[in-house]
Design a protein around this ligand. Sequence first.
Ligand SMILES: [Zn+2]
Ligand SMILES: [Zn+2]
Length: 340
Amino acid sequence: MRAVQVSKPGGPFELVEREVPRTGPRQVRVKVKACGLCHSDALTKEGHWPGIVYPRVPGHEIAGVIDEVGSDVPRWKTGQRVGIGWLGGYCGHCESCRRGSFVTCANQLITGITMDGGYQDFVVVPFEGLALIPDGISSVDAGPLMCAGITTFNSLRNSGARGGDRVAVLGVGGLGHLAVQFAAKMGFYTIAIARGKDKEPLARELGARHYIDSTAVDPAVALQQLGGAQIVVATATNAQAMAATIGGLAVDGRLIVLGADFTPMPLNTAALIGKRAGIYGWPSGSSIDSEDTMRFSALTGVRPMTETFPLEKAAEAYDRMMSNRARFRVVITTGSPDAS
Ligand SMILES: [Zn+2]
Ligand SMILES: [Zn+2]
């Protein structure tokens, strides 16, 4: 089979032939149909995640079909269409797992980082990480829903916002174009915030009721003119841009940080007090959250916008994704036909 691996931090993508891997007792083998690319793939490519064992195959937005099932795997069957996201597996015995919070597992397996991911024809994964893909969701669409999708969907549905509340989405990109759709379909008064006018027509098409060009107006003032946002979902990886929205929060408003920026955020902490406002981060979720994301998408018509590349052009696909010019998620395909 073909695999695209990275052999050392900062090394190039290498297209290699590997033996098709066999399953262990609690694993399944998935014939990969599609794998979305995510900025976090750079953690593997550049070696920014501590302790990665190379060579490593990146990719944590996997969609495919089960083609071999280990001896101790309950429930799952060959031929089922499944997705695998960031959380590849969890230990079941750390404090988080014992409290039922698998995504914060202290010993988690991360797809494409601590175990091989989806830039290949077949991948072997623990069954705990599998999410069933519903009919009506193609493999190319399922891929991005496994990271960009679940992260935006799951953070919004756990944000405490209620139908009709004002929810602002900062950034209309890979995560943001999904967050706008999810927020609108969940019944929130959805406000998109981005730089410039270019993305306004699309943001409105995706369900935004209001668009704020952060280069033309102060987003905090603009949000306050609308009555304040109960939630700002920050998908843009820019701490400055996030900080600029805090003054636009309503009473008890929350800024949810989804985009990872490693530069410090300038913040007037006094502004949080009177409004009881808060800032917190949100990781993706567990496999059942992925399944919920896809079922909600099937139900409401939420879909990622994608550009596809064949597996052998993974390097080109990666450069396209990193350029931030893709509209909006880049997906590699293996050429195996969809089972359904
Ligand atoms: Zn990701
Ligand atoms: Zn654990």
